[in-house]
Design a binder for this molecule. Structure first.
Ligand SMILES: O=c1ccn([C@@H]2O[C@H](COP(=O)(O)O)[C@@H](O)[C@H]2O)c(=O)[nH]1
Length: 247
């Protein structure tokens, strides 16, 4: 079913991956996105270079922030990490579902501790990475050694994340229907692997267009290079918004 969104609704579902090597270039890009209503995603490249300060600056500029650090460690370490992240005031962060239930529950515990101690004004959404969107079935079966289809592996992780109390998962838009069937419509599907028609895949293996992702039920579309590496990032975002606001 084609879902026609208002411009505001469409922008509120887009998370632009600020995959930049330093604060200056990230803020220059953010400047082109200000006022559009989109989220920004701060991942490893930017956070390891520019840390807490870049998060605060982006918050000051009014962006909603998904901190994409994909924690994967023993439960006690993840609990502490989650508490520190919650203190930063981001709106969403993630862990790897492959860390298991105890690790995911520990992330929720860390968030709860930050809120109870008054260190965080609000609890960020916590979601779990299922199978990276760069992973093909060949890689999953042949290299990683997990049998079955990618969709089966993704749904297994999604169910685990749901039972651990997380609010959603990161997956490809191709798996969203199965995730929602297993975990319910309200369980968030945050989907990278978005490529406008004709765009280069790069290292992504499981992709759809923005329109296909929204029609398939994705709640948030994570988009990096198709916007960030475009000659005019603001224009690239506009053309994606146009795709989502037209029937
Ligand atoms: O499974 C995953 C999890 C995270 N990502 C991140 O999303 C963006 C996608 O960038 P593109 O340039 O649009 O490919 C990037 O920051 C990844 O770290 C993902 O792609 N897949």
């Amino acid at each position: 079913m084609t879902l026609t969104l208002t411009r505001e609704e469409a922008a509120g579902r887009i998370m632009v991956g600020l995959d930049k090597p330093d604060a200056q270039s990230a803020l220059q890009l953010a400047g082109r996105l200000e006022g559009t209503g989109c989220w920004v995603k701060v991942g490893m490249e930017l956070f390891y270079a520019a840390g807490h300060e870049i998060v605060q600056e982006l918050k000051n500029r009014g962006f909603k922030i998904f901190l994409d650090l994909k924690m994967h460690d023993i439960p006690n370490t993840v609990r502490g990490g989650a508490r520190s992240i919650a203190r930063m005031g981001v709106d969403m962060f993630n862990v790897h579902a492959a860390g298991g239930s105890a690790m995911m529950q520990a992330a929720m515990q860390g968030v709860g501790e930050a809120v109870a101690a008054g260190e965080a004004q609000a609890a960020p959404l916590v979601i779990a990475v299922t199978q990276l969107t760069s992973t093909s079935r060949e890689t999953l079966n042949g290299e990683i050694g997990i049998a079955g289809s990618v969709e089966e592996a993704v749904v297994r992780y999604a169910v685990l994340a749901k039972h651990a109390g997380l609010q959603g998962v990161v997956a490809s838009p191709l798996e969203v229907e199965a995730i929602k069937a297993a975990c319910g419509e309200g369980f968030l599907a945050v989907t990278p692997g978005i490529r406008p028609a004709g765009a280069a895949l790069g290292d992504q293996a499981r992709v759809t267009t923005p329109r296909e992702a929204v029609d398939g039920g994705s709640d948030y579309l994570v988009i990096g290079r198709p916007i960030v590496a475009a000659p005019d990032p603001a224009q690239a975002l506009e053309s994606i918004l146009k795709e989502l606001t037209e029937a």
